[in-house]
Write a protein that binds this ligand. Structure first.
Ligand code: CUV
Ligand code: SF4
Length: 645
């Protein structure tokens, strides 16, 4: 194990995590925080994006503008290498969402055909989607409609001509025209991913501009065939989220119960775990536990928080910490953002790490294969394993941090509109839009993405949010950033103290109309795929005002980005013309051309995302400065709309 030099206070803002980091050191357990430190300064070539290992002539690396070779053996320049690597990141970010969506579509199909033990929880949303797709719904059975919607959804992975069906039912026509003129409209998700991998291969696309447009094309695929498709069909199967009150932080782990953590992304598994945990309570009591306590980690935690109010223990960087409490019987994982170290940490305790999908196995974990058809059996097997582990606890190793905080979640676009209806039944958007116009709400920012052991956990997410709230920016949040903000009370009435006066007033009025003291200043919109909900909200506002998304005073921010998935989502926002801030250096600095295209102002550079689409990438590590760069752009967009600033 590496020698640890940092104080735990410098590693995470979360006191529970700090406490567990100390315990991990005492227990001789290595964590991501230790490994990050042991890794030391990251490779400069990698940070700049100028390293290429696409073929066996290399690996090649370039010192930009410096001494030594200015092109790879094949002749690829730094511009081409950086642009290609960016496309790789976006593709690697999109593919997981696309696979996620396809799994959900197949589950819907199997449910409609009676082959999988799920139900159509929200027929209204199903009928709405069917109508948008132009399917006949009148006089037909729900299951029949569901089957047809599922088949239509699968066309997003199959059709050889035309435009991605889910893009057609969601995007604004004027924006689609722009995308068409730039030739970035996707056909089907599998084709787009294959094509993207193909064009980045050795000896293929070497034009940095074309490669970056390729990244936008993949990002649009991510947005529609990944994010939107997943959320829509998950809402049909499991319900549209509505406001729930729940709890956050490691204190949600309960000493006297069988604790099961769900971690990963796919709600088909976590929903079944929650369902069967209730049904098997008696078996837990039989081994001396008071019951079964399910809690979430990362995005599948968001899914069951949003729909069931299940508490969340922690987010990405500290996913090993629940195990360190010594009180977790099982951590069940599916896909994405799962640290391969989990079974090594679990070895020091009695926790069983359970993998569930054929393409995600980890040495040292137990594997219980999960499919939609065998969902009930798999969930029971998993829960019984956890119950059996309860008796294997070592009392000397148990220590659970006491901190927990309350948080409200469940703010789907549908729920936000419902809440606004209580203020104005006929014209629900009117109160929101009036307050945006007057400046009581200066703009809306989506705080999205991850935490990253390269920087102090939760700190940048929370600081960016507080600074924006102070300037009357309404915040919506998803992913692990949402977890950060919830952990620090920004999703509870207590968060009101950080808001500017105008925003406070609006939140109180809408809150009171809904029987609450206030709305929380940060609205939790869900998991990473639920950035589709952010897009839905933006579309709703834009359509109401008769403008495009790119005209609105809105932005995205990912202060602690870790996953390429967040870069794919960010690029999707860019394609919509929405500015995106990242607080971790994106690997593009090795090419001035690529940096200028992605981050440049349209007034200063001939060719930019800003000029082509209307939004740009902002890189700033300092959260306060970042917030002000975002505010500047929001004010620019307000001015263009003729709104007071
Ligand atoms: Ni999908 S992608 S660390 S779990 S948000 Fe969390 Fe969210 Fe980033 Fe991963
Ligand atoms: Fe080097 Fe070109 Fe091969 Fe990349 S593709 S490793 S730059 S020769």
């Amino acid at each position: 194990m590496s020698k640890t030099v940092h104080n735990v206070e410098e590693l995470s803002l979360d006191t529970g995590v700090q406490e567990m980091l100390l315990k991990a050191r005492e227990d001789g357990v290595e964590t991501a925080f230790d490994r990050s430190e042991a890794m030391g300064a990251r490779c400069k070539f990698g940070l700049l994006g100028v390293c290429c290992k696409r073929c066996l002539e290399g690996p090649c690396r370039i010192v930009p503008g410096g001494k030594g070779p200015q092109a790879g053996v094949c002749g690829a320049t730094a511009d081409a290498i950086v642009a290609r690597n960016f496309l790789t990141l976006v593709t690697e970010g999109a593919a997981p969402h696309i696979e996620h969506a396809r799994e959900v579509a197949l589950t819907l199909l199997e449910t409609a055909e009676g082959k999988a033990p799920y139900s159509i929880s929200n027929p209204d949303k199903l009928l709405d989607i069917a109508a948008r797709l132009g399917l006949t719904v009148d006089g037909r059975e729900i299951k029949e409609v569901a089957r047809e919607v599922a088949l239509k959804a699968l066309e997003n992975f199959q059709q050889q001509f035309g435009v991605l069906p889910w893009l057609k039912i969601k995007a604004q026509p004027k924006t689609v025209e722009r995308w068409q003129s730039l030739n970035v409209l996707p056909v089907n998700a599998h084709l787009e991913v294959t094509n993207a991998v193909n064009r980045q291969a050795m000896g293929c696309d070497a034009d940095p501009v074309n490669l970056l447009l390729g990244a936008i094309r993949v990002a649009l695929t991510d947005g529609y065939a990944g994010l939107h498709l997943s959320t829509d069909l998950q809402d049909v199967l499991f319900g549209v989220p509505a406001v729930v009150k729940s709890e956050y932080r490691l204190g949600v782990i309960k000493e006297d119960m069988v604790n099961i953590s769900v971690h990963g992304h796919i709600p088909m598994l976590s929903e079944k775990i929650v369902e069967w945990a209730e049904k098997l309570e008696n078996e837990a009591r039989a081994v001396g536990a008071k019951g079964i306590n399910i809690f979430g980690v990362c995005c599948t935690g968001n899914e069951i928080l949003m729909r069931r109010g299940v508490p969340v223990a922690t987010n990405f960087s500290s996913q090993e910490m629940p195990i360190v409490t010594g009180a977790v019987e099982a951590m069940v994982v599916d896909i994405q953002c799962i640290m391969p170290s989990l079974p090594r940490v679990a070895k020091c305790y009695h926790t069983e790490i359970i993998t569930t999908l054929p393409s995600v196995k980890i040495p040292g974990a137990t594997h219980v294969e999960f499919t939609p058809e065998n969902a009930d059996e798999a969930a029971q097997t998993i829960i019984r394993k956890a119950i059996a582990n309860f008796t294997k606890r070592d009392p000397a190793k148990i220590k659970i941090p006491q901190d927990k905080v309350e948080a409200y979640a469940g703010f789907s676009t549908e729920q936000i509109l419902e809440a606004l209806k209580k203020v104005n039944q006929e014209d629900p958007l009117q109160p929101l839009v009036e307050n945006i116009k007057s400046g009581n709400i200066l703009g809306v920012v989506a705080l999205v993405g991850c935490t990253n052991p390269r920087i102090k956990q939760d700190w940048a997410n929370v600081e960016v949010a507080k600074e924006l709230l102070k300037h009357n920016v309404l915040i919506v949040a998803t992913g692990c950033s949402a977890h950060s903000l919830a952990k620090f009370s920004l999703m509870s009435p207590r968060g009101l103290e950080y808001c500017g006066e105008g925003l406070q007033q609006v939140l109180k009025v809408i809150g009171k109309a809904n029987g609450l003291e206030t709305l929380p200043p940060v609205l939790h919109m869900g998991s990473c795929v639920d950035n589709s909900r952010v897009d839905d909200l933006v579309m709703t506002l834009a359509n109401y005002l008769g403008v495009e998304a790119r005209d609105l005073p809105v932005a995205g921010s990912s202060p602690e980005v870790q996953s390429p998935k967040a870069l794919a989502i960010g690029s999707y926002f860019l394609a919509q013309g929405i500015d995106v801030h990242v607080g971790i250096q994106p690997p593009i600095a090795g090419s001035e051309l690529v940096s200028n295209i992605l981050m440049g102002d349209k007034d200063r550079h001939a060719l930019t995302m800003d000029g082509l689409f209307g939004g740009k990438l902002i890189y700033e590590e300092d959260p306060i400065k970042a917030a002000h760069l975002i505010l500047e752009r929001i004010i620019q967009k307000r001015k263009a709309l003729g709104l007071p600033c």
